[in-house]
Design a protein around this ligand. Structure first.
Ligand SMILES: Cc1cc2nc3c(=O)[nH]c(=O)nc-3n(C[C@H](O)[C@H](O)[C@H](O)COP(=O)(O)OP(=O)(O)OC[C@H]3O[C@@H](n4cnc5c(N)ncnc54)[C@H](O)[C@@H]3O)c2cc1C
Length: 447
């Protein structure tokens, strides 16, 4: 449906803001996308590593990622996507264990037969839950101890929870785990025979460039390097003030930035709105990426169950992407998910680099400093909104704010999903449709 266009400012040029901007422009609005960084893309942006360029943070697509696969089609990139089976590993008791098939699970030595049966029953039970709302009321630890028993919790679930949530696992609800298991079962649910992992030639840079081209053709004005300092109402219109003092008035403003940023840049929101935004607990990440002159174990993900590692998993990107892309070398990511008050934020990149390499050498004792061709350390503070108890009723930010014409569409609205581009696109489509319905209703009422 095309409607008489209003002017809309979309704040935040990540995948979410880009998609919302595109859909609103396609509905006939005059859209301006404002991004504080020098280029758009947010968490999906690329970075240089040595003489190569790839995603700043590791990204994989799943064949069952319906919205993402749809976007690739829309952008004419389907033929640039490559899908494959990858291997998964576990590192426990100082050794690697393959966990890529049911046979691997049967042979997995870190749990007894009875414990494996309880683990499998827990996963099966969670996969059958259709309504996750009741799970929001139970702490994930209590739920898992009840279903899997104490030893399976401590041996398997705890390291896995810590790998995504750090110590914030203590405040997460069972709905968090439900979302992860639902993603594992997405292939089965969508009728695919098996799940495959994929990437696009050139990584997310290719998708972002194609999306930026679409924004251009749809008439979206994209302004990178435009940090929004404040959003307020002046003469019954939302006005955005940029760092540097420039102001721009719009009919409507859509904020796709994290909740703490919404709270900061919208001082005119009510106290109740500020309290709700500030109730969202974010998990951050410090992520090492290493380009190595030698391969590692060949697992896309290695989950770590042993204690004392400075990262929470190992992602060997070149088990998915042809190493020829990187001149035959190995690209590996070492994520360290951190709570906001974790001491790791105060350490500099050199400190993290040294820690990451030492941790990798503990797993691969024959890995030497000379094998490191290049290394980066990337940080992002407000990455993942933790699914805390009663998240939907207590924290989830609503689309509308008390400032007329100012809306929030951000990833904290993904209550029952894991943070990934597919969920981000689903959210963008859903909220753009809700805005279209609301604004066309307003236009009719005004006519
Ligand atoms: C380590 C890691 C691994 C991941 N792995 C995967 C994966 O394997 N598969 C997958 O599908 N997804 C993955 N994701 C998730 C994926 O990257 C995100 O879901 C997606 O990029 C989120 O997009 P977004 O637009 O919501 O947020 P963001 O990308 O954070 O975008 C928000 C934007 O707002 C801008 N901004 C902030 N403040 C202001 C301001 N005041 N004014 C203007 N602009 C502002 C920021 O610069 C940023 O560009 C991963 C993410 C991380 C961090």
């Amino acid at each position: 449906m095309r409607m008489a266009g209003s002017s809309v400012g979309v704040v935040g040029g990540g995948v979410l803001g880009m998609t919302v901007a595109l859909r609103l422009a396609q509905q006939g609005h005059q859209v301006t996308l404002l991004e504080s960084a020098p280029s758009i893309g947010g968490l999906a942006s690329p970075e240089a590593i040595g003489d190569a360029t790839w995603d700043r943070f590791y990204h994989v697509m799943l064949l069952s990622d319906r919205h993402l696969v749809g976007l690739l089609d829309e952008l004419g990139l389907a033929q640039n996507a490559h899908w494959r089976d990858t291997r998964t590993g576990f590192y426990g008791d100082g050794r690697f264990h393959e966990m890529s098939s049911s046979l691997d699970f049967a042979r997995f030595p870190l749990l007894t037969l009875a414990e494996k049966a309880r683990l499998a029953a827990t996963i099966l039970h969670a996969s059958r839950v259709r309504n996750p709302m009741p799970l929001e009321q139970e702490p994930v630890e209590r739920w898992l101890r009840r279903w899997s028993g104490d030893r399976v919790f401590e041996r398997m679930w705890l390291p896995l929870l810590r790998s995504k949530l750090g110590e914030n696992y203590r405040i997460a609800s069972a709905a968090f785990l439900w979302a992860i298991i639902a993603r594992l079962y997405a292939a089965r649910r969508s009728g695919l025979k098996r799940e495959l992992f994929g990437h696009v030639d050139g990584g997310y840079a290719t998708i972002l460039a194609a999306l930026a081209g679409r924004l251009d053709s749809a008439g979206v004005t994209t302004r990178a390097g435009a940090r929004v300092q404040q959003v307020r109402r002046v003469d019954r219109q939302p006005v955005i003030e940029l760092a540097g003092g420039e102001t721009c008035a719009f009919d409507r403003v859509v904020l796709t930035v994290p909740c703490p940023t919404v709270a900061r840049i919208c001082p005119g929101l009510s106290q109740a709105e500020h309290d709700r935004l500030n109730a969202v607990v974010y998990q951050g990440i410090i992520c090492g990426s290493f380009l190595l002159s030698r391969p590692l174990g060949g697992y896309y993900v290695t989950n770590i169950v042993d204690e004392g590692f400075p990262f929470t998993g190992v992602i060997e990107m070149t088990s998915l992407v042809d190493p020829a892309t990187f001149g035959g070398r190995t690209l590996v990511y070492l994520p360290r998910y951190l709570a906001q008050n974790a001491p790791g934020w105060a350490q500099d990149d050199a400190w993290h680099r040294a820690q990451f390499l030492a941790g990798l050498q503990r797993m691969y004792p024959d890995l030497r400093e000379e094998h490191v061709v290049a290394a980066n350390v990337s940080r992002a503070r407000d990455v993942l909104a933790v699914t805390t108890l009663d998240y939907s009723s207590r924290c989830l930010p609503p689309l509308r704010t008390s400032l007329p014409g100012v809306y929030v569409v951000n990833s904290a609205q993904i209550a029952h999903g894991t943070l990934n581009v597919n969920e981000t696109l689903a959210l963008a489509e859903r909220q753009a449709a809700a805005l279209a319905a609301e604004w066309s209703g307003e236009a009719l009422a005004a006519a």
